[in-house]
Design a protein around this ligand. Structure first.
Ligand code: FES
Ligand SMILES: [Fe+2]
Length: 455
């Protein structure tokens, strides 16, 4: 089926920009898989209904692979993180050295005596000991000790029935995923074509440099929806238009997952696009990245894009102790954002090494937990993973200075989202209308979600 996505006629497509790249471009970037999903609306109930949230928990969150942590967050035996989604809580813990299957396990975070949460914080423990009556499990999940075991004949007769119930664990790219469904498909099958897309940009040899979390004032799907399209940039983030090809963005739809490529170091078609002065683009982008714009001298005939890519090769190459001279311009400057259903967005580019995660905040349909992380290359020993910096709900993103200019951008998004949630509650229309191309990833996400909810 031929599908010609709507596009402005006065702009370069991502594929045209890639054709002008100064280096060979990896094949996955040369693909375009536009949506064929049409333009139907999505019900506001998806963002408001406690009943739909319950369906999501039972039929989606309990069935899908979901990213829980990075391997480098739990480097030593006994290191663990507590991963929570809705009311579900899991301890992801390293039980052996190395990368073998079984070196990392995940347990339901509940005591088998009377249910107490075994861990409430990330950290390191030699064993898992309940704070209430002291029942204790070895790191491999076997029961080590139960206080007054003479009083629990069923425990002494069948201690194997009192091993900690496990959640499925899979690893890819330095990420630990968990799945509550014991009959789930293997992680690599779930990831579909995406591991191949990251072969030219492997994420396992990067470290967690920035780790920030905030409670957001809207349903988790609406929060995610603000980070899955570039359509809102022209009105919400006007400060980035001189160096962001927002309307040029390419949107790709796969089976469960999706991608968008937003070119940087080109001016938005909304403000003149390819007719914009190249030297001006280079200067504004340099200023945004914290370097002195007056120092930017664009050699005659060089595009701002080629210039920005060269600057990134030098800057990031020095950090990584690596020769990046063969890395294409796109990987050095563009935002290449993948979406792994249901809530994980790893980016595949040197210039923007971000990743996002969006979860319900407990069972509150009106708020969400958003994680923003950055994965950076390193030289020599792997630096320790950044501990999570939790921003209080009434504090701005800009209170996390490690986010740099992103903090102000996230504030613009957050201010919208509080109003979105209130507006959805007040809506007479009871649906949201989505663009056929620029918001196709949102529609595709809802199609995929619905396929889990209809049982
Ligand atoms: S509830 Fe855990 S030991 Fe009693
Ligand atoms: Fe935004």
């Amino acid at each position: 089926m031929n599908f010609t996505p709507f596009r402005r006629q006065d702009m370069e497509t991502v594929q045209e920009l890639l054709a002008a790249d100064t280096r060979p471009v990896p094949p996955p970037l040369l693909e375009h898989h536009p949506s064929t999903l049409g333009s139907c609306d999505v019900s506001t109930e998806s963002y408001l209904s406690a009943d739909i949230h319950r369906l999501e928990v039972e039929h989606m969150w309990k069935k899908v692979w979901q990213w829980a942590c990075r391997l480098e967050e739990i480097p030593n035996v006994g290191d663990h993180i507590v991963y929570e989604v809705a009311e579900l809580s899991v301890i992801v813990i390293r039980v052996a050295d190395g990368d073998s299957d079984g070196a990392v396990k995940a347990y339901y975070n509940a005591c088998l005596h009377r249910g107490t949460q075994l861990r409430v914080d990330d950290g390191n423990v030699p064993m898992l000991r309940c704070p209430f009556h002291g029942w204790t499990w070895n790191l491999d999940g076997t029961l080590q000790w139960a206080s007054c075991d003479w009083d629990f004949p069923e425990v002494t007769q069948s201690p194997e029935h009192f091993a900690l119930p496990e959640v499925q664990v899979g690893t890819w790219g330095g990420f630990v995923f968990i799945n509550f469904d014991p009959h789930c498909e293997p992680l690599l099958a779930y990831l579909e074509n995406l591991p191949g897309h990251f072969e030219h940009y492997p994420l396992d040899n990067r470290f967690l440099a920035i780790n920030v979390q905030r409670v957001m004032p809207a349903n988790w799907k609406e929060v995610m929806g603000a980070f899955i399209e570039a359509y809102h940039s022209v009105v919400t983030h006007p400060q980035i238009l001189p160096f962001t090809g927002d309307a040029n963005t390419q949107y790709d739809i796969y089976q469960r997952h999706s991608r968008m490529i937003t070119p940087f170091a080109v001016a938005s078609p909304h403000i003149g696009g390819k007719h914009y002065e190249q030297a001006e683009i280079a200067k504004v982008l340099a200023a945004y990245r914290g370097t002195d714009a007056e120092d930017v001298v664009l050699p005659k005939g060089m595009s701002a894009r080629a210039h920005a890519a060269e600057q990134s090769r030098l800057r990031i190459g020095a950090i990584a102790g690596a020769d990046l001279s063969n890395i294409c311009d796109s990987l050095m400057v563009d935002a290449i954002e993948y979406f792994i259903f249901p809530n994980f967005m790893p980016w595949a580019a040197y210039g923007s090494a971000i990743q996002y995660r969006f979860r319900p905040n407990g069972n509150d349909v009106n708020s969400a937990i958003m994680d923003v992380q950055m994965l950076m290359p390193f030289e020599g020993d792997r630096p320790p993973a950044a501990k999570v910096h939790k921003i209080a709900a009434n504090e701005p993103w800009t209170s996390a200075p490690q986010l740099g200019g992103l903090g102000a951008i996230f504030e613009q998004d957050t201010s919208n989202l509080a109003r979105v949630q209130r507006g959805l509650q007040a809506s007479a229309k009871r649906t949201v209308t989505l663009g056929a191309y620029q918001e196709a990833r949102i529609r595709h996400f809802h199609r995929t979600l619905d396929s889990y909810l209809v049982v």
